[in-house]
Design a protein around this ligand. Structure first.
Ligand SMILES: Cc1ncc(C[n+]2csc(CCOP(=O)(O)OP(=O)(O)O)c2C)c(N)n1
Ligand code: SF4
Length: 530
């Protein structure tokens, strides 16, 4: 046993390694990225798979394949990544697993670095699989360490949901003994479970429905779901995940009211019945959507008075913190956790010398010549082209949407319809959209701004490096309209001319401005010097 100071993400990663992990399959996304990076660092040279995947769907499918072979596997992503992996996710709840499988979703309430604040507990509920939601870093470690056993015992993947502060704050964590990896072994009833033909899937779905009582019993018996008695029963408080920490910060040694701490789902019905019958009213403290609150409002025949995000006791959006929780408890809390003005007012910007800057300067000049030009952008550093001084883009919806939105707009008659996408985003989910464009010879100009890395999430390897031209050719783009340029001031006129020519070309064209991200380049150079 060792005590270490860990980020939540690091605690999860270390626990997976200690629990006999054979492979982590992930695509980067804040606040989940550090889990895979930690495993990459700590297991270099070992037989544990840790290379980044092309997207979250390929990651989850590979993880399911490893689990099929009997080994323990972890699959990590940010919350919106689960939308991409949802097809596999929903169907993995039908097939079940063989080797223990934990799917880690890092949600981002308050949208510190995301385009929405979806609460992925809804997905766990949707797929009807057990979920874990730690209240602190030690629990995150323990849940993962024991979670593979739980997954193997129940026969289903486990969804573990964390939020930004859990991922990115530190605490002392006691680690446990290293377990051996599982040997390869196959499921005895493999073909009945993993071939989801309708006749077999119907059987599996009934089994999943039957398993719900077992999952609920596991929640009721779980050490992570705890009832704490308190003297004032006018109010009972239910917390989920990290909200328990925030409540504890607002409490003296003991709780003034009964508290039900929920960190394992499905909801522990008996414990809920206990607190509902003992207390006059309930206050629900949960990070994200009013997930528990909404279920309790419909609790059959109880007529419960339930306070939370739905009745305005807490804000409907945004993350919780100890102050927000204090105010919901009726305390006049000072705002300890306000954002310093100097930070709040600093807008994000592309780094000085970034290649995306040169691309936007040239693009702005060319599209400025057309009345109805639209630039459909995507997700990455280049999304910052939305802000001054560039104001160069008209959309950013989800990874890959630039190419397909440009196609749809072009179908509607927009010209020029330009897509602006990064290299990693292109291989994540832009390639299939390019195929749609090629199949219909859509009149679109696609700029794949290639900085040879996944810069926005910290410079992870990009699956596209060294192969964008061949991918485009393979998909069927006319090689004459695959153009490469180095986005530097000295090539500015050449870049403008290229964009103009391809915008005027009636068909699919791809322009690849290629220059390494200066941040990754600087890091590489520093390493060389050291
Ligand atoms: C579905 C999904 N997965 C992951 C992310 C996190 N994320 C945002 S941008 C990005 C990749 C950016 O890389 P690239 O397209 O190469 O552009 P760059 O930042 O390098 O300019 C990632 C992984 C996300 N927003 N959505
Ligand atoms: S990190 Fe790299 S890609 Fe992102 S803005 Fe800075 S230089 Fe550009």
């Amino acid at each position: 046993m060792d005590k270490k100071l860990f980020l939540g993400d690091e605690a999860i990663a270390q626990a997976a390694i200690d629990a006999g992990l054979s492979g982590v399959y992930s695509y980067p996304g804040t606040p989940s990225t550090e889990i895979t990076e930690y495993i990459q660092q700590k297991t270099k040279g070992s037989n544990i798979h840790s290379r980044w995947c092309a997207n979250e769907k390929t990651a989850m499918e590979a993880a399911l394949g490893m689990s099929y072979a009997g080994k323990r596997t972890l699959c990590c992503m940010k919350h919106v990544g689960l939308n991409v992996a949802a097809d596999c996710f929903m169907n993995a709840s039908m097939s079940g697993i063989n080797g223990g499988m934990i799917i880690l979703s890092a949600d981002d309430p308050s949208m510190h670095s995301s385009q929405n604040e979806q609460d992925n507990r809804v997905y766990g509920d949707f797929a009807m699989i057990p979920m874990l939601e730690p209240s602190n870093q030690q629990e995150a470690y323990d849940m993962v360490y024991e979670g593979f056993d739980l997954s193997e015992k129940l026969g289903y993947p486990i969804l573990m949901r964390i939020t930004t502060r859990m991922a990115h704050s530190r605490s002392g964590v006691i680690t446990r003994e290293q377990k051996k990896q599982n040997e390869i072994h196959f499921p005895a009833d493999g073909r009945k479970r993993y071939i989801l033909l309708p006749a077999l899937a119907r059987v599996r779905f009934r089994e999943l429905l039957t398993a719900q009582d077992i999952f609920t019993k596991a929640s009721e018996d779980s050490k992570y779901n705890r009832y704490f008695d308190g003297p004032n029963k006018k109010l009972g408080i239910i917390t989920t995940g990290i909200a328990f920490n925030y409540l504890s910060e607002n409490s003296e040694n003991d709780f003034a009211h009964p508290v039900l701490k929920i960190c394992q789902y499905p909801l522990p019905e008996k414990l809920l019945e206990k607190i509902a019958s003992e207390c006059d009213e309930l206050l629900i403290l949960e990070e994200g959507y009013p997930f528990v609150e909404a279920k309790l409002k419909g609790f059959p025949g109880k007529g419960l008075v339930v306070h939370g995000r739905l009745d305005g006791t807490l804000r409907r959006d945004g993350e919780l913190n100890p102050d927000v929780v204090g105010r919901a408890l009726g305390k006049n809390t000072e705002q300890h956790y306000h954002i310093p003005e100097i930070v709040e007012q600093r807008p994000p910007a592309l780094c000085k010398g970034c290649g995306h800057r040169d691309v936007y300067d040239a693009l702005n000049e060319i599209v400025g010549e057309y009345e109805n030009a639209k630039v459909f952008a995507d997700i990455g550093c280049y999304t910052l082209g939305a802000l001054p001084p560039f104001r160069a883009i008209d959309s950013c919806i989800d990874m890959g949407a630039s190419i397909t939105m440009a196609k749809g707009a072009s179908d509607a008659g927009v010209h020029p319809a330009v897509a602006m996408i990064g290299d990693s985003t292109f291989t994540h989910s832009g390639m299939t959209g390019l195929l749609d464009c090629v199949n219909e010879n859509a009149n679109v100009t696609i700029i794949i701004s290639d900085n040879e890395t996944t810069a926005m999430t910290g410079g992870q390897d990009s699956a596209a490096t060294g192969r964008i031209e061949s991918i485009c050719k393979g998909i069927g783009v006319n090689p004459e309209h695959i153009r490469v340029v180095v986005p530097l001031k000295k090539n500015y006129e050449e870049m403008k001319k290229m964009i103009k020519e391809e915008v005027e070309y009636k068909g699919v064209s791809v322009i690849i401005p290629r220059r390494e991200c200066i941040q990754t380049l600087t890091r590489k150079n520093k390493k060389k010097e050291a």
